[in-house]
Design a protein around this ligand. Structure first.
Ligand code: UT7
Length: 326
């Protein structure tokens, strides 16, 4: 039996992202939909998105993001005890996308399972992995967000299909008992199923009569997002006795630049301290936060020791935040 390691904290030690090759601009969408680059840009900040090709899936993209995160961490799949995949667009109802990723990485040890919390999925998966690490059950984990929303879009519905993109992001978490306050400080999760009809996928396995398309009451979700994300960042800072001034970086879910700017304004954070990818990636749901994190760590904006606040809201409704000292 493996010796238990009572970790003080989970450190984020690896970062990876994957975006499929095909890039689709607003102008390209406007060629076949009653929309315009101007409308999409002004209302959302989005200029383009990446969309999967026929061979890309949540598992294949998640595995590639995971390989890059392992590489960054200087670890191999043999070092990993558990794989947590946040996805609302799994390859199959089962096996879980996480075990498909395990197989793609050549892992036979450990375990993996999927977490469904729509666009908040990465925060929920990070929180789950952190709890496993702190309890001493595992030492190293892959936490992945991977989504192919292009396959659940109604491509005739301009109110939703212009908003989303495909991709995957991953982090490696490692148990640490080093002194100081590096690592995941706390995570805060919420859900309210009474608002479930504001953003949902119409259908599931065993419901062939349904469309299988994403449906959203955009204006209502927008209203919830600004309020709930603001209270979620307050909750995270209060829990750690920290203030807005302590936050070095906001890494928000990338649904709409207007929502991101609303939360940043509340935190009094200048735009240079907010990681934005929505302009180039659109909304990649559970992949958006780890993709943004990967980009900002790799280009040197986010440095070791920085205090990073992540937040997300999605279908469920689900929402939450994570405060991490990198
Ligand atoms: O990641 C999960 C969480 N999701 C979100 O956080 C999304 C939250 N919601 C939003 O980001 C925004 O509500 C949207 C981007 C979805 C919509 O922006 P909005 O400023 O709330 O616009 P609206 O829904 O109030 O629509 C304004 C108008 C409507 O026309 P009328 O009724 O005023 O005549 C829409 O039919 O814009 C129209 N419209 C479009 N026009 C051109 C809606 N979609 C489009 C489009 N192109 N693609």
């Amino acid at each position: 039996m493996k010796e238990r390691f009572m970790a003080k904290r989970s450190l984020l030690v690896g970062f990876g992202g994957f975006l499929p090759d095909r890039v689709v601009s607003n102008a390209e969408l406007a060629e076949r939909l009653e929309t315009s680059d101007e409308w999409i840009k002004t209302r959302t900040g989005i200029t383009r998105r990446h969309l999967v090709g026929p061979n890309d899936t949540a598992a294949s993209m998640g595995a590639e993001a995971a390989r890059r995160a392992l590489d960054y961490a200087g670890l191999t799949a043999d070092d990993i005890d558990a794989v947590f995949v946040a996805t609302a667009t799994p390859d199959q109802a089962f096996p879980a996308t996480a075990v498909r990723v395990q197989a793609a990485l050549g892992m036979k040890q450990g375990f993996g399972f999927d977490i469904t919390a729509a666009c908040s999925g990465f925060i929920f998966a990070l929180s789950t992995a952190d709890a496993f690490i702190r309890s001493g059950q595992i030492r190293n984990a892959l936490v992945i967000g991977s989504e192919v929303y292009s396959r659940i879009m109604d491509w005739e519905d301009r109110t939703t299909c212009v908003l989303f993109g495909d991709g995957a992001g991953a982090v490696v978490l490692s148990a640490s008992d080093e002194p100081g306050d590096r690592g995941i400080l706390s995570t805060h999760l919420h859900s309210d199923g009474t608002a479930g009809d504001l953003l949902y996928v119409d259908g599931a396995v065993g419901q062939p009569d349904k469309s299988g398309h994403l449906k959203m009451s955009g204006r209502d979700v927008f209203r919830h997002a600004v309020g709930k994300l603001s209270s979620s960042v307050d909750e995270a800072l209060e829990a750690e006795g920290l203030s807005y001034a302590d936050v070095d970086w906001l890494v928000p879910h990338q649904a709409n630049i207007r929502i991101i700017e609303g939360v940043a304004k509340k935190l009094n954070l200048p735009a240079e301290r907010v990681v934005v990818t929505v302009d180039r990636h659109a909304n990649t749901s559970a992949a958006s936060v780890p993709l943004a994190l990967d980009e900002a760590v790799r280009d040197g904006r986010i440095q070791k020791g920085d205090l990073v606040l992540m937040e997300a809201l999605g279908g469920g409704l689900t929402w939450g935040s994570a405060l991490v000292r990198l």
